[in-house]
Design a protein. Structure first.
Length: 319
């Protein structure tokens, strides 16, 4: 039997098959040393282009449309959360930095940043997202780096829920670092850890669009291999991910207590929010609702996490 090599540590010994990805008809492996899960073989660029092209048609129509108010609301909530963290780390006088949001979607985050006088552009390959972005920021969103024509700027690269969709995150990041003078990388990324990976394997929930999944440790090691080191971080808990069923896979009693308590707290917040949303969505825009709930802090960061938000700094900047 052919051994499978971990794409991060290049080890064979701790890699085992754990599941199957129906979406791309590939096996899913786990390197328990890193840890990291990944499809093997990875979907080709052609397969990914075909899938996202097909999925784009679905997402832009009907109830699943990315342009429905409910979906916009989800995106705005995430944008406000990220905006808060960026403001904490990067002061408003960061005029010497250019924020480049790769995979910016409808441009929610760059809209918030530009209003706070940050210099910002977005890169969004999907033409439907670019066409439906707010008119006032469309001239800040480009299809690729060539079109953006970024020259002589110190860059803060924003990667929000991007890496898990790539068949070769290392090659992708190398390409960006080759063409951009990146000083900082702002990352928000789903994680596999704290027993959660065991839950996903047992319930056969690995796979789909997320063809590579990092833990906090493996994500840090990935960026270290590119000469970037982690800084202060905020962890966030998404109720949909942190299912209480995970508790059966956790042996640490204190951690299990934290998880159950945190899950209950999030559930109460979520129920209240859903009632609030159903009422206000009739007469308020998605952005207005997200802004209001953000101010009321219904989704304050939690200590326990299934996703991570972090800033990585180029080690040359620390010398």
């Amino acid at each position: 039997m052919n051994k499978v090599k971990c794409p991060l540590c290049s080890n064979f010994e701790h890699v085992k098959e754990v599941s199957y990805n129906k979406l791309f008809d590939n096996k899913i492996y786990l390197c328990s040393d890193c840890p990291i899960s990944f499809d093997n073989p990875m979907p080709s660029l052609e397969e990914l282009d075909e899938y996202y092209g097909r999925e784009s048609d679905i997402r832009h129509k009907g109830e699943r449309s990315s342009f429905t108010k409910a979906h916009k609301l989800k995106r705005w909530r995430r944008a406000y959360e990220q905006y808060d963290y960026i403001k904490q780390y990067f002061k408003k006088d960061s005029s010497d930095l250019l924020f480049v949001d790769f995979g910016c979607g409808l441009g929610n985050l760059i809209s918030l940043l530009s209003k706070s006088q940050y210099r910002v552009i977005g890169i969004e390959p999907n033409i439907e997202y670019r066409k439906n972005a707010p008119i006032n920021i469309r001239n800040h969103i480009f299809g690729d780096l060539i079109e953006a024509d970024i020259k002589n700027s110190d860059v803060v690269l924003i990667l929000s829920h991007v890496l898990e969709h790539l068949n070769d995150p290392s090659e992708f990041l190398d390409h960006l670092l080759k063409h951009l003078k990146v000083k900082y990388i702002f990352v928000q990324q789903p994680l596999i850890q704290m027993g959660y990976i065991d839950y996903l394997i047992k319930k056969k929930k690995l796979g789909g669009e997320h063809i590579i999944m990092f833990s906090e440790n493996s994500l840090n090691n990935f960026f270290k291999s590119k000469n970037f080191i982690p800084q202060k971080k905020i962890k966030t808990l998404y109720t949909g991910l942190a299912n209480i069923s995970v508790k059966e896979f956790i042996t640490d009693k204190n951690l299990k207590k934290q998880l159950i308590s945190s899950h209950k707290s999030q559930n109460l917040k979520m129920r209240f929010y859903r009632l609030f949303e159903r009422f206000t969505i009739i007469f308020l825009s998605a952005k207005q609702i997200a802004k209001l709930t953000h101010k009321l802090k219904y989704f304050a960061p939690e200590k326990l996490a299934t996703s991570i938000t972090n800033v990585y700094i180029n080690v040359d900047e620390t010398i």
